[in-house]
Write a protein that binds this ligand. Structure first.
Ligand code: NAD
Ligand code: DAU
Length: 353
């Protein structure tokens, strides 16, 4: 079986749902259920005997040791993290705890477990660490895309803690021989994304008749990848990646934020038209994010060359599917938008007036 951390979150849940559609290999799903973790997303797996959910904190060494001893996974797919850049600006501490100390704790538990496996088990075991393109810092409009050899230059507390975790993962391979794999991926979008991130936030605000808060001049660039494509990349790297290597994952979809918001508004105008008005009328420019990285762009050729992976969705097909999913599943967004979520929205956006 495999053990997946952070699998009640956006990418983790999509990964587990896809995995159990494709394979009949069991999954132990480990998540602390922070504000970002949501068991409603995993409702369809409630009675699936191949899915075991364990509520635990990756910073809890005893719990991690017990889980590994009990379930004896052949691989750990590590996604658990604090992930929202704006939250890391308001309160970096949890980011250091989960992303750095949590990854360290999990690595220590994995090293101890792995060192006691027989030779075949040792050779088969993988620790796959899911990271981000934000560790590479910010590009100018003319810089080449990030490659696997781009030096690290993280700019936010979030990306600095992800960079720290990447370095620890690398060191555990170099020093102890732990068979690790690291993926550095660009911005994901798709079903079940918490409505604090750009795309689901804009959809929720548009449908709720609220302003669509574009930071700064709206010209910051991100590369967008449909979440199902990220999940297929993780599966490929797990199956055939070389231990110790890192793989960039991207969608070849560089877009300015304003372009993304315009496209979303146009899709909503078609699918859920408002009488006599466009959703574009709700766009509102607000104060910029401190230290806002200007451009991210990913060169994903290594993954294509070595493992044959390519994204299946274009930005247009992926975004249309995503908007339709949010329209069909509005109760999911309503349910996750708890009191805590409303408090966050007030805190973050009050300061951007
Ligand atoms: P998310 O915020 O939606 O989910 C994170 C999950 O981790 C939640 O279910 C949360 O409960 C859990 N978690 C947090 N702290 C924990 C702890 N201490 N112990 C156990 N569980 C804990 O995040 P996501 O967007 O799904 O991102 C998943 C991973 O992918 C992260 O490592 C992130 O850095 C990386 N990543 C995300 C993106 C993106 O665009 N979302 C892009 C590249 C990489
Ligand atoms: O690049 C990968 C990263 O993508 C992941 O590692 C992170 O976990 C994930 O959160 C995401 O980080 P970003 O900061 O790029 O994502 P976010 O959705 O917060 O913002 C995307 C862009 O949109 C960014 O330039 C800021 C802007 N933005 C965001 C929000 C929430 C707005 O203009 N308005 C908003 O209200």
């Amino acid at each position: 079986m495999i053990l997946v951390t952070g699998s009640a979150g956006f990418i983790g849940a999509n990964f587990v749902l896809d995995w159990l559609q494709i394979f009949d290999e069991p999954v132990v799903n480990v998540d602390k259920l922070t504000y970002a973790g949501n068991l409603r997303t995993l409702k369809s797996l409630q009675h699936n005997p191949l899915h075991i959910f364990v509520c635990a904190d990756i910073c809890d060494r005893a719990a991690m040791d017990e889980l590994l001893a009990e379930y004896k996974p052949r691989a750990i797919i590590h996604l658990a993290a604090e992930t929202h850049v704006d939250r890391s600006i308001h309160g970096p501490e949890n980011f250091v705890l989960t992303n750095v100390v949590g990854t360290f704790t999990l690595l220590e538990a994995a090293r101890s477990y792995w060192s006691r496996l027989n030779d075949a088990g040792k050779a088969e075991f993988r620790f796959l660490h899911v990271s981000t393109d934000e560790v590479f810092g910010s590009l100018s409009a003319t810089d080449p895309q990030f490659s696997e050899t781009t030096p690290y230059a993280p700019n936010s507390p979030y990306s600095a803690t992800k960079a720290g975790s990447d370095h620890l993962v690398r060191a555990y391979h170099h020093t102890y021989g732990l068979p690790v794999l690291t993926t550095n991926c660009s911005n994901n979008y798709g079903p079940y994304q918490f409505p604090e991130k750009l795309i689901p936030l804009m959809i929720a605000n548009a449908l709720g008749g609220k302003p669509l808060p574009v930071y700064g001049d709206g010209q910051n660039v991100r590369d967008w990848l449909y979440v199902g494509d990220h999940c297929s990349a993780i599966r490929e790297v797990l199956a055939r990646g070389t231990p110790g290597e890192t793989y960039n994952v991207g969608g070849w979809n560089e877009k300015k934020n304003l372009e993304v918001v315009h496209t979303l508004c146009d899709l909503l105008d078609q699918l859920r038209p408002k009488a006599g008005a466009s959703y574009r009328d709700q766009i509102s420019y607000v104060k910029d994010r401190p230290g806002h990285d200007r451009r991210y762009a990913i060169d994903a050729r290594k993954l294509e060359r070595e493992l044959g992976w390519k994204p299946a969705e274009t930005f247009e097909t992926g975004l249309a599917k995503t908007v339709q999913w949010y329209l069909d599943n509005q109760e999911w967004s309503d349910e996750v938008a708890s009191g805590d979520y409303r408090k966050w929205v007030e805190t973050n956006y009050a300061q951007r007036a």
